[in-house]
Design a protein around this ligand. Sequence first.
Ligand SMILES: [Zn+2]
Length: 325
Amino acid sequence: MAAHFLTLSKARTLSLASVFRMSDAEAEKLFRDLRWDGGEPNCPACGSLNPYEYRRKTGALQFECRDCKKRYTLTSQTLFASHKASLRAYLACVAVAMNEVKGKSALALSRDLDMSYKAVWVLLHKIREAMSAEMKGREVGGEGSTVEIDGGYFGGYVKPANLRKDRKDRRLRENQSGKRKVVVVVRERGGETLPGVFRTEAQAMSFIKARVRKQTRLMADEATSWDALHARFEMKRINHQEAYSFDGACTNWAESFFSRMRRGEIGHNHHVAGPYLLRYAQEAAWREDARRVDNGSQVRRVASLALANAPSVDFCGYYQRHKAR
Ligand SMILES: [Zn+2]
């Protein structure tokens, strides 16, 4: 049997030890290169390539635009803006998070790097937000390609009462919490993955129609929610009560996405349901698509995305804001 990709030396191109050995100057150089093509600072306010470079009393590198006089840093106007920790610590966070192929627990990462839990929790969410930037407007499929769709329910767990006589039938709607949501994934075989979050599978129809190109062959399970798609796509259905794969029909690509997401939920993240369910799903999708990419390239890709995207709307000053209330 061929060796698994992750056991090969070509899967390991960046070690945490090498991140920690980096000098401040090396970390700055890397962030410059990742943010600006060629490493030349570019004013985020006016686009001028003509800054004056200096250091603050803390030693932090800063730029002042000679044209519009705005001051900026290596991370201004990016997802990593207003960072308290060092650039090296940020890079280390990304590196550890990437090495964990099903997700990284914020508590474990805070212990690994001796950073506060809340700082790490917010940073991990920014990493998810960076990953999701690659999925904006993504479409999958097309003529000659096959896309699998499937749904998986998350959240709304109702704990059964201790005594049997007090227990309620949790299958009934009135005994559910109403917090249960479904992640619907569309995944092209040999291609990209795209998740969405809905109340029911049936509500995902317009998402599927918008993101799956015409003339795609669709694969789905026997759930009646997908029946409406027959009018638009050539479809094959697989009845999972009879077989997982039969006559060319299966949803194994979609299942492996859910496997990764479930393992992330059970083993690392625990509470994925709620307002950030889509972000956790996008993280699992990104990891699934990057599963054969070496770790050094993954870290560079995520850090570049974080530096190419505007500050987080959800998390800039998140804790400060919530404390104020
Ligand atoms: Zn400027």
